[in-house]
Ligand binder design. Structure first.
Ligand code: FAD
Ligand code: FES
Length: 343
């Protein structure tokens, strides 16, 4: 006998959506698959962007961490859409705007074949996956790669522009002892392997043309979504001038230097500035955020795209605010690690 999957009816106010959500499925997953937008960022319970108000019914909060969803918030009827599963029919209301004026692409499951897996910097690999079907996404978004045999996914940002829908490029940093990285991408994974993924996800992106120049700051593999954004913005003339900063500790941490140097040589309004914090060299030396501070006496009227470890992003936001950049023009993607954050 086949087990029947129990579903509940979930109404999302504001998005005008009524969904069937499985008891083992997050509200966010079901909503994005039905193309009903709920603001979200990390999809692993660490950022709090996807908070919902449960207006009626009850949810299972799963592994929602206390630091993202406090006991008081739970008691007040809040839930994280990326972690909460329905225990009954529900009416929920996202706490962020559901219509952000951005065209979104429905979340789907994909299967693909690894066609490149190469070491590009210290403890860093480029992984290219050729999908069986095309994926549409916004420049800057990410996918969740499903770790074989572990029933968990890990987030990795696409580094290719959305015009390349079939082959997805990822940049992966080794986390020592990490399940997806040491245990798989830097371990058993090989060219020719078939992998499962789901996407696209996230709201770190560039979609519309903007009139202000942009500063882009990537720490380590935080360069990945910025590469997608830069290529897409240049191809579609979206930004009048772009300044890309890539921070690493030593030269061995940098990658795609030739690619960006060549891009800068071909586009007057694109500038590339790698910075090293632990090695003196011919390029910029110091923490990447200090290098940005030294280069700009004012950031008024500019926007920023920041991506990488949470500490780098925090420092960059502080620096940009000191230089009078409007907070609402600072866009960020934090590479949070669920296990470390929970600790
Ligand atoms: P995990 O198994 O999650 O472990 C991470 C670290 O924690 C390891 O060092 C491990 O030893 C330690 N650890 C595990 N369990 C515990 C515990 N209980 N207590 C203490 N320590 C523990 N990364 C990239 O490289 N490139 C990207 O493009 C990228 N994009 C991202 C986009 C988003 C939106 C987010 C949220 C993250 C992104 N990341 C990216 C990070 C990535 O998703 C993974 O978190 C990272 O690769 C580590 O995964 P892992 O399974 O190897 O490590
Ligand atoms: Fe749900 Fe980050 S906590 S998307």
């Amino acid at each position: 006998m086949t087990a029947t999957r129990m579903c509940h009816r979930v109404e999302i106010t504001g998005a005008d959506a009524v969904l069937e959500v499985g008891e083992d499925q997050s509200i966010l997953d079901a909503a994005l698959r039905a193309n009903a937008w709920i603001p979200h960022s990390c999809t692993q319970g660490t950022c709090g962007t996807c908070k919902l108000k449960v207006l009626s019914g009850s949810v299972d909060h799963g592994d929602s961490p206390e630091y993202t969803l406090t006991a008081t918030e739970r008691a007040g009827g809040l839930a994280l859409a990326c972690m909460a599963k329905p225990c009954s029919d529900l009416v929920v209301e996202p706490t962020g705007a559901v219509d952000d004026g951005v065209p979104h692409h429905p979340l789907r499951d994909f299967v693909g074949e690894v066609i490149e897996l190469s070491d590009i910097a210290a403890g860093t690999r480029r992984l290219v996956v050729e999908l069986d079907e095309e994926m549409t996404f916004n420049a800057g978004q990410y996918c969740e790669l499903l770790v074989p045999g572990a029933a968990v996914g890990r987030q990795y940002s696409m580094a290719n522009p959305p015009s390349e829908r079939r082959c997805l490029e990822f940049h992966v940093k080794l986390s020592p002892g990490g399940l997806a990285t040491e245990g798989w991408i830097f371990g058993s994974l090989s060219v020719g392997d078939r992998i499962d993924l789901r996407g696209p996800l996230g709201q770190f992106h560039i979609v519309h043309p903007q009139s202000e120049p942009a500063i882009l700051v990537g720490g380590g593999t935080g360069l990945a979504p910025l590469k997608s954004i830069v290529r897409h913005a240049l191809d579609n003339d979206l930004v009048p001038e772009m300044f890309l900063y890539h921070g690493g500790r030593r030269q061995e941490d940098l990658y795609d230097v030739e690619f960006f140097t060549d891009l800068a040589a071909r586009h007057d309004h694109f500038h590339y500035r790698p910075a090293l914090s632990e090695e003196t060299w011919t390029g910029a030396t110091g923490l990447v955020t200090d290098v940005v501070l030294a280069d700009f006496s004012s950031c008024k009227g500019l926007s920023a795209f920041l991506c990488g470890p949470p500490a780098m992003i925090e420092a960059a936001v502080k620096s940009l605010k000191r230089r009078r950049m409007a907070p609402r023009r600072i866009f960020r993607e934090e590479f949070t690690v669920a296990a470390v954050a929970a600790r």
